[in-house]
Design a protein around this ligand. Structure first.
Ligand SMILES: [Zn+2]
Ligand SMILES: [Zn+2]
Length: 144
């Protein structure tokens, strides 16, 4: 399966080198709400060596809720946010999973920062949810 995606205008395309669709999570933090202009983001962490990007991106460095710095890559033409790389985990690219061509088949494996979740968003009962940033053990399991 080719795991591919890109920006809204098509100037930047990417490919994730993985045998199966990597897991995603939904982030309900206020910064994701602001940057997306929506209620939450769906993110797909992948090893940075697995992410092949075609086309130039422009980046901006912004602090995360946890105090790390996230370098966020956008299409320079349509400004779609494609992925970010955090200073806390520089080997991991956090792909905005809604930019995948087949984003409709994604189902987040966990929900984080639910303490700031929009009240009308109902979470599935069988998916783990964390009020804040989950611990390192949870992240290690997702990234395994
Ligand atoms: Zn674009
Ligand atoms: Zn967030």
């Amino acid at each position: 399966m080719a795991i591919v995606g890109g920006c809204r205008c098509g100037a930047v395309r990417y490919r994730i080198d993985a045998g199966t669709m990597p897991p995603t999570y939904a982030c309900h933090c206020t910064r994701c709400q602001t940057s997306s202009g929506s209620a939450f983001t769906v993110q797909m962490p992948v090893g940075i060596e697995r992410l092949g990007v075609e086309g130039e991106t422009i980046s901006v460095a912004l602090p995360t809720v946890g105090g790390a710095i996230s370098t966020i890559h956008h299409c320079p033409a349509c400004l779609t946010r494609l992925y970010g790389v955090g200073s806390a985990r520089p080997a991991i690219a956090i792909v905005r999973a809604g930019t995948l061509d087949e984003s409709a088949i994604l189902e987040p494996a966990m929900h984080i920062f639910t303490s700031t979740k929009q009240p009308w968003v109902a979470l599935p009962e069988d998916v783990p949810a964390y009020e804040d940033n989950p611990g390192a053990d949870v992240w290690a399991q997702l990234l395994a």
